[in-house]
Design a protein around this ligand. Structure first.
Ligand code: V47
Length: 378
C-alpha cells in the first residue's frame, strides 16, 4: 500500500486494510472477518489509524460521578449481578435527599456529569425520577445529567402508559441532558432471550435512542460481549447501531462492555471466566473499524482495568471515561478494579501513551480548570 507501512500477517485482512485506509465503509462479512482474525497488531494498527485521523493526539476523559438510585429490579436478567428483588438482602432505594447528598459527596474535584442508572423498581412513581432530575439540577446547575438507559425509559412508559416520546419530553423538561448507552447488550433476539429476556428488545432500544436524538438529546451506545454471543451477533449489533447513526447522528460514543461473570446466572452458563486482554482489545479495534460514523470510542477503565484501557488508546479508543467515584454494576459482578480514579491518574495514563489529555464535558466540549473554577467552553 503506497505511503502506509502496515504488516498484515492475516491475508484475509489485506483487502479490508486497503478499504480502511481509503476511508471506505466495511460490510457485514468484513466485520466477521475482522473478528475471526487473530492478527491483533494489524487490527490495532488499522483502528489506531482511524482514531488518529479523527482525533490526532487527543485522548478524552471527563470528571464524572455515577449514581445508582436503586438496585431493586423486576427483571431477572441472567447477565446481571446488580439487580435485587424488593425484599432480597442488599436491596436498596435511595430517598431523594440521600441521592442529593451522595451526589455532592467526595467532591474533591468538581464533576461535570452525573451518570445515573438503576433497576426497574415496581413501586417508585415516575415523579420520583423527575424529582431526582429537578433536585439535582437545582443543587448542581452546571452538572450535565446523563441518566436512565433505554430499558428504564421503556419501563417508565410501560408503568405510566405514556408514550416513550412523552416520557423523554418530561424528563428533558426536568433537566435530563442525554441518555447513557446501557441495556443494549446484544441485539440478536436468540441471545437476548437467554441473557436478558425481561428487557426491551432491539427495536425498542433503538426507538428510545432515535426519539431522544430527535428531541435534541444525544446518547451513547454499548455492546456486552464475552458470553454466548457469536462474531456474527456482534457485527449485527454494531451495524444496527451504525444504521441508526446514519439517520440521526445522535450517538456520541460507543462503549464495548466485557461481561463479568461473578454472581450472575449467565456466568454459570459460559465456559470461560472473564474476557481476556486480547479479546478486549480486539473488540475495541473492530468496533472502531465498523462504526465509521461514531465520533468517539470509549475504553471504560472500570470494566477493562486501567492497564488494558490505557493500551486500548492505541487500538482505536480515544476516551477513558471518567473519575466515576462509586461503581456498583461491575463491582457486584466481581470487578477487581478500583471504584474511582483521580484526574491526575487518568492524565498520567494518557500522557504515558504518548497522547494529549483533553478534559471534556458530556458533549465533548473542552473543560478548563483553575484552582477556583471549572469552565466549559460552549
Ligand atoms: O447495561 C450489567 C452491563 C451496563 C454486567 O453510556 C454488565 O457512557 C458486564 O452501560 N458484566 C451498564 N457488564 C453500564 C453502562 C455504561 C458504562 C459506562 C459508560 C456508559 C456510557 C455506559 O453494564 C448494563 C449492562 O450492559 N452489565 N451486568 C456484568 N455482569
Amino acid at each position: 500500500m503506497p505511503g502506509v507501512e502496515l504488516r498484515v500477517e492475516d491475508s484475509a485482512l489485506q483487502p479490508i486494510a486497503r478499504k480502511v485506509v481509503a476511508g471506505e465503509r466495511l460490510s457485514f462479512d468484513e466485520g466477521v472477518a475482522l473478528y475471526r482474525s487473530n492478527d491483533l497488531l494489524a487490527l490495532g494498527w488499522l483502528a489506531n489509524h482511524v482514531r488518529e485521523k479523527l482525533h490526532g493526539k487527543r485522548a478524552y476523559f471527563n470528571v464524572n460521578r455515577h449514581i445508582n438510585p436503586t438496585n431493586v429490579c423486576v427483571a431477572s436478567c441472567k447477565l446481571c449481578a446488580f439487580g435485587r428483588k424488593p425484599d432480597a438482602p442488599g436491596a436498596y432505594t435511595m430517598a431523594l435527599e440521600e441521592a442529593f447528598r451522595i451526589a455532592g459527596e467526595n467532591w474533591s474535584e468538581a464533576v461535570t456529569e452525573f451518570h445515573i442508572v438503576g433497576g426497574l423498581h415496581p413501586d417508585l412513581p415516575f415523579e420520583y425520577y423527575l424529582d431526582l432530575l429537578r433536585g439535582l439540577k437545582q443543587r448542581f446547575p452546571n452538572v450535565h445529567l446523563k441518566a436512565f438507559t433505554a430499558v428504564e425509559i421503556g419501563y417508565y412508559a410501560h408503568l405510566t402508559r405514556l408514550p416513550i416520546r412523552e416520557i423523554l419530553v418530561r424528563m428533558k423538561g426536568a433537566g435530563l441532558g442525554s441518555l447513557p448507552g446501557g441495556g443494549a447488550e446484544i441485539f440478536a433476539p436468540a441471545v437476548r432471550r437467554v441473557i436478558c429476556d425481561h428487557k426491551i428488545g432491539a427495536y425498542t432500544w433503538l426507538k428510545v435512542h432515535r426519539l431522544a436524538h430527535e428531541l435534541g438529546m444525544p446518547s451513547t451506545a454499548t455492546m456486552l460481549y464475552g458470553h454466548i454471543e457469536s462474531a456474527e451477533d456482534r457485527v449485527d449489533h454494531l451495524l444496527q447501531l451504525r444504521g441508526l447513526q446514519d439517520q440521526t447522528h445522535g450517538f456520541l460514543t460507543f462503549i464495548p462492555l466485557a461481561f463479568h461473570t461473578a454472581n450472575t446466572e449467565l456466568g454459570k452458563m459460559v465456559a470461560q471466566r472473564e474476557t481476556t486482554g486480547f479479546m478486549d482489545l480486539k473488540n475495541v479495534a473492530v468496533a472502531r473499524l465498523l462504526l465509521d460514523n461514531f465520533p468517539h470510542l470509549k475504553a471504560y477503565w472500570i470494566m477493562m482495568t486501567p492497564r488494558v484501557a490505557q493500551v486500548a488508546l492505541k487500538f482505536g479508543a480515544d476516551d477513558l471515561d471518567g473519575t466515576v467515584v462509586e461503581e456498583k454494576i461491575y463491582h457486584d459482578a466481581g470487578a477487581s478494579t478500583p471504584q474511582a480514579m483521580t484526574r491526575r491518574e487518568i492524565i498520567r495514563l494518557i500522557r504515558e501513551a504518548g497522547l494529549e489529555p483533553f478534559e471534556r464535558d458530556t458533549l465533548y466540549r473542552p473543560v478548563t480548570r483553575t484552582e477556583t473554577s471549572v469552565t466549559v467552553q460552549v
